[in-house]
Design a protein around this ligand. Structure first.
Ligand code: IPE
Ligand code: IPE
Ligand code: MG
Length: 251
């Protein structure tokens, strides 16, 4: 038995394997205090720390965090620049912690959009953290948009057809899943969105076909351990039917 599951009163066998979070509300958190939005993003990075550590403790295998969408490039230049700086700082500051805690870093999104410096940092951290039999995967969705992800997957598959490597008839759900950035992870069991917004904002559209959703009004920088535990307990109490009847599932 995992000691942290006991501590938090969680049933280990009911834990989600993969939790995906839309970390929203950093800007409003800062605005309420009359601070610059970037202060909110910094506070958001601290919440990333807290939740990642908690997931590692209780034994969640995959945590996927939406940190920057393809649409977020349209924000004011100063905010975009500040966020890119913050991602760099985060990678430098957290590398050792990730290694120490045996957490593998993964990044999904349009990597070619980042500066060579940021890209190198990402690739170095990814390489360093996958060396020692990682116990958990932390995925950051950066310059990520689900429609962009699906578009590049379709293009990849079309190229294979054009090269006669595969036939159109052989295209199935498995091939599509394997052509997405998330090819090496299971679909999310639980999706959490903070800040009282009830939308998906182009996040993991293919992968969330059967995910459970948890929405909270809490702004991301205020999202603490107790609220994550509450979300996981809520998830644990749900019946996932995948199209079957309740009676079938209980058998
Ligand atoms: C989420 O917080 C972080 C990013 C999108 C980078 P926001 O920056 O969207 O915060 P709000 O929604 O303006 O409060
Ligand atoms: C979604 O948040 C993207 C991230 C959390 C990184 P946004 O705040 O950008 O989403 P919308 O535009 O309000 O839907
Ligand atoms: Mg927002």
């Amino acid at each position: 038995m995992n000691e942290y599951c006991i501590k938090y009163g969680l049933a280990e066998e009911r834990l989600p394997q993969h939790v995906a979070i839309i970390m929203d509300g950093n800007g409003r958190w800062a605005k309420k205090r009359l601070w610059n939005r970037l202060v909110g993003h910094r506070a958001g990075a601290d919440a990333v720390d807290t939740i990642t550590t908690l997931c590692r403790e209780i034994g969640i295998k995959y945590l996927t965090l939406y940190a920057f969408s393809t649409e977020n490039w349209n924000r004011p230049e100063s905010e975009v620049t500040g966020l890119m700086e913050l991602f760099k700082e985060f990678l430098v500051a957290k590398k050792h912690l990730l290694i120490e805690k045996n957490i593998r870093l993964n990044i999904i999104g349009e990597k070619n959009k980042f500066s060579p410096e940021l890209l190198k940092l990402m690739n170095d951290t990814i390489a360093e953290t996958e060396k020692y039999d990682p116990q958990m995967t932390l995925t950051l969705a950066l310059s990520y948009g689900s429609r962009q992800e699906i578009t590049q997957a379709v293009r990849k598959i079309a190229q294979k057809v054009a090269a006669h490597e595969i036939t159109p008839e052989s295209i199935d759900e498995k091939l599509i899943s394997e052509s997405l950035y998330t090819f090496n992870m299971p679909d999310p069991d639980l999706v959490i969105r903070t800040s009282g917004e009830y939308r998906i904002s182009n996040y993991l559209l293919w992968q969330i076909a059967y995910s459970e959703f948890y929405f909270t009004d809490t702004l991301w920088p205020d999202f603490k351990k107790d609220e994550f535990i509450k979300a996981v307990k809520d998830y644990a109490g749900r019946e996932r039917r995948f199209g079957k009847t309740g009676d079938q599932v209980k058998k």
